[in-house]
Design a protein. Structure first.
Length: 583
């Protein structure tokens, strides 16, 4: 049994057999082959060598014609390496003596060579490791075929262990069969992590290299609450987790009783707890848990799951579906926030830049591609006839951007008027506050919008200069950083000065520790992951506004994230001693 720790991103426990995907996206096959199959597997390996060698020869010929022999030589060197008798002997030796599959044997031998190059202490030779990885990739492709299997077609109960899952891949997972997943990369508020919460699949990300320690089909436990993956658990551990699954059920039953109770503090202050959704069908996760509305509908997921660009009717139908379930409760529809890690299948080249989070994403993209933006706005305005719709623009950084977006909205209304199409012209307009520049200009923005929604996921990454998806810096990504608390307070104060509503819709508001703090800072609306709604309500019903304000005062006086978070953890257990994570 081995336990590996990562970042807990979606609670719950999954116990099942591992399906593995390596860093190049190849499914990692069985490690062993049967004794009888050894010779035919050696034959398969030789055929792969032949195929790769022919491909390299062709590359060398083309490169030599286009660029000259000097550049083409690299492919010649790769061929020589591939045909090296010692290398082939080592791989075949492992297939014959240890019954390793050719894929596993080739990876192992080539990676050992790469490691040797990397450790020679010579920068020129260290770079040769990249050539070895390149060869490994070519060999695996020849052995396994080009394509990664469609994750959306999985029809057996499995736990997925992968180097990485993109948000589009995660969006396609079927929670009925994918019991849980764990990835080597990824951060707390990466969109893959957010989707795991949306699909309510237990998940751990940012574990670091661990796939080499697992065999396909091996039993694993994903503990999404603790952020642990247990490989090949012993009986006692399995039993412990079966008991934990049972107590989770009981805790869920206790919280289920709160579904219809409003979130009112003991001194009678009402807090609205809304749900964040990515897919229309998630609206049921909100209604089942007594949400006061949808505080954030991430509409870009309409693009990520689709093979073709959604039409106005696709948008309209998705929005009507949500509105129908929410009846008269508010639904905040955020316009497209594509870009950064949310790239549609037909990804354009501007997505492939060094710093996509600082690139052409979100409202910047909508303002550039106005026909696409107008299609969405038309659909929102038309759907708004059927319920309480509010429009929200993401990643607004300058006043000019906001004004341009509002002007385009005005144009769309004129078009609908001209075409005599029914729509609602009195839709409140709000913006995400998720860039420090927008916080600094919160007073100016507050004069021009009807509401703010603070996107702490991006606000933290942009304020602290920490990529929200990079596990290497996950320890620096802290919602409790004093600078973040002050930024939030500035936005709340500006909203109050101008009499507009303000919400927090980033993951911070789904974290129990921060609920008393946010209430104490003056927030009266929170938008959270649907699964967290009962828990958030439960905490609000245990903390008076007086207590919460005292907590906020104290937290805002601290100067280190760790102290803030420890203090808030302590206060939460004082306020609500029964509240404890089930795992
Ligand atoms: C945020 O940035 O906090 C937010 C809610 O938006 P997203 O996570 O979709 O970027
Ligand atoms: Mg954001």
């Amino acid at each position: 049994m081995q336990t590996r720790s990562g970042i807990a991103v979606s609670p719950g426990v999954a116990i099942g057999e591992a399906l593995l995907f390596g860093s190049e996206g190849f499914q990692i096959p069985q490690r062993f082959v049967s004794v009888d199959a050894v010779e035919s597997e050696v034959g398969r390996f030789r055929a792969a060598i032949e195929a790769v060698s022919i491909g390299l020869e062709e590359n060398q010929r083309v490169a030599s014609e286009r660029l000259g022999d000097e550049y083409a030589a690299i492919f010649g060197a790769h061929r020589m390496m591939l045909r090296d008798k010692k290398l082939i002997g080592e791989i075949e030796g492992l297939i014959r003596t240890k019954c390793f599959s050719p894929e596993f044997a080739a990876s192992r031998v080539l990676r050992n060579y790469a490691k040797v190059f990397q450790n020679l202490g010579n920068p020129y030779l260290a770079e040769r490791a990249a050539d070895v990885f390149d060869l490994e990739k070519r060999l695996l492709r020849a052995l396994l075929g080009e394509k990664r299997p469609e994750l959306s077609h999985i029809t057996e109960h499995v736990v997925i262990l992968a180097h990485n899952l993109t948000p589009s891949e995660t969006a396609g997972l079927d929670p009925e069969f994918v019991l849980g997943f764990a990835t080597e990369v990824g951060g707390r508020t990466s969109h893959t992590a957010i989707l795991a919460g949306a699909l309510e699949i237990p998940a751990v990300v940012g574990i670091g290299n661990f796939l080499a320690d697992v065999s396909p089909g091996e039993l694993v436990i994903i503990d999404g609450g603790r952020g642990e993956v247990i490989i090949d658990p012993d009986e006692a551990t399995l039993e412990k987790y079966r008991v934990s699954l049972e107590s989770r059920k009981q805790e869920n039953a206790r919280l289920a009783e709160l579904h219809e109770l409003p979130a009112i503090t003991p001194d009678g202050v009402r807090v609205h707890v809304m749900g964040n959704i990515e897919f229309p069908q998630e609206v049921e996760h909100c209604t089942e848990r007594g949400a006061d509305g949808v505080g954030l509908y991430r509409t870009e997921f309409l693009y990520l799951g689709a093979r073709t660009e959604p039409t106005e009717e696709d948008h309209y139908n998705a929005y009507c579906r949500v509105l129908e379930s929410m009846s008269d409760r508010p639904v905040v529809i955020r316009t497209l926030d594509l870009g950064a890690d949310k790239v549609p299948a037909s990804g354009a080249s501007f997505y492939e830049v060094d710093n996509p989070a600082l690139g052409l994403r979100s409202i910047r993209l909508s303002l550039r591609d106005t026909p696409q933006f107008k299609i969405q706005l038309r659909a929102i305005l038309r759907a708004a006839v059927h319920g309480d719709v509010r429009i929200m623009f993401p990643l607004v950084t300058t006043l000019l951007e906001l004004r341009k977006a509002k002007m385009i909205l005005g144009d769309v209304m004129e078009d609908l008027d001209d075409a005599r199409i029914d729509f609602n012209r009195d839709v409140p307009i709000g913006m995400m506050v998720e860039v420090p520049a927008a916080v600094m200009l919160a007073d100016e923005f507050a004069r021009e919008v009807d509401f703010f929604s603070i996107g702490t996921n991006d606000l933290i990454q942009y304020a602290l200069a920490v990529d929200r998806g990079d596990p290497n810096v996950s320890s620096l990504y802290r919602a409790g950083d004093p600078s973040i608390l002050r930024l939030i307070q500035m936005v709340v104060d500006a909203a109050n000065r101008h009499g507009i509503n303000v919400t927090v819709c980033g993951q911070m508001s789904s974290d129990p520790r921060f609920i008393p703090l946010l209430v104490g800072m003056g927030l009266r609306t929170l938008s959270v992951t649907p699964i967290s709604i009962p828990e958030v309500k439960d905490i609000i019903r245990h903390v008076s506004v007086g207590q919460a304000e005292e907590i906020a005062r104290h937290a805002l006086a601290l100067d280190i994230a760790r102290d803030v978070e420890n203090y808030l953890r302590g206060e939460l257990s004082r306020i609500h001693p029964e509240h404890s994570p089930v795992d």
